[in-house]
Design a binder for this molecule. Sequence first.
Ligand SMILES: C[S@@+](CC[C@H](N)C(=O)[O-])C[C@H]1O[C@@H](n2cnc3c(N)ncnc32)[C@H](O)[C@@H]1O
Length: 268
Amino acid sequence: MMAGKANPSAFDSLAVQYDVSFTYSALGQMLRQRIWRVLADYFHTGHNVLELACGTGEDAVWLAQRGVSVTATDGSAAMVKATTMKAQQASVAHLITSTQLSLQDLEQLPNAPHHYDGAFSNFGGLNVLGDRRPLAATLAQLVRPGGTLILVPMGPICPVEIIWYSLHGKGHTAIRRFRQPATASIGGNLIPIWYPSASRLRQEFAPWFKSIKVESLGLWLPPSSLSHWVERWPALFTALNWLDGKTARIMGGLGDHYMIVFQRKPSS
Ligand SMILES: C[S@@+](CC[C@H](N)C(=O)[O-])C[C@H]1O[C@@H](n2cnc3c(N)ncnc32)[C@H](O)[C@@H]1O
């Protein structure tokens, strides 16, 4: 099967089981707690924040519970529906506007220029784009000078994945992230996926955004395809998660994911 064009509706079929398979898994919770600590540093009560590829709305609800207004966008109608329902169940629907909108169409947002105090995208939403520069240019129009942009893409070098799949004779899987693009099977469709390095992102966003920090996420933990390890050996992976946090700053863009924090430059 050939890889098709990126089409967010391919993700519709994942929406129902996404929380069970990832969000509420031990690994998903460990990683998300780490992101939440960073979101809490930059996004505060009264802020307006734009979320890209929001999935089932786990982060949008968490921010809204802290008084942040969130415009939660995703290309998949089913993901947006899940976000709307989660916001209602958590009684924060008044703080969350969930909208079906692709990363490629963000200029359609009706708000005034520089309306947002910040924007973020968690857990690989960005990896469906081969060239992130048009997105960076659009975000520059949407985020106010001094505002924060937090991105959490899947990185190009995940040592645990490379070692594990090499040892199991699956060389193709071990080096899949080096292909540009690689392919992922999503709901029975093969879609193209790119794994940009932190330095590539820095370069692409540089005309409008200054890079503040890069932290690895999941360097000493299994990638999400092997997340069942964490349920099997919880004490070991609790310790490795601690190590993961301690080494995050020096390991930069390595790991299953990494986090990069930008600040919108004053003018340009
Ligand atoms: C791995 S999930 C991450 C979801 C969420 N950010 C989280 O933290 O759990 C990737 C998300 O990207 C969305 N997506 C895929 N392609 C997209 C596109 N072109 N535009 C907007 N969203 C897209 C999918 O629908 C899915 O919700």
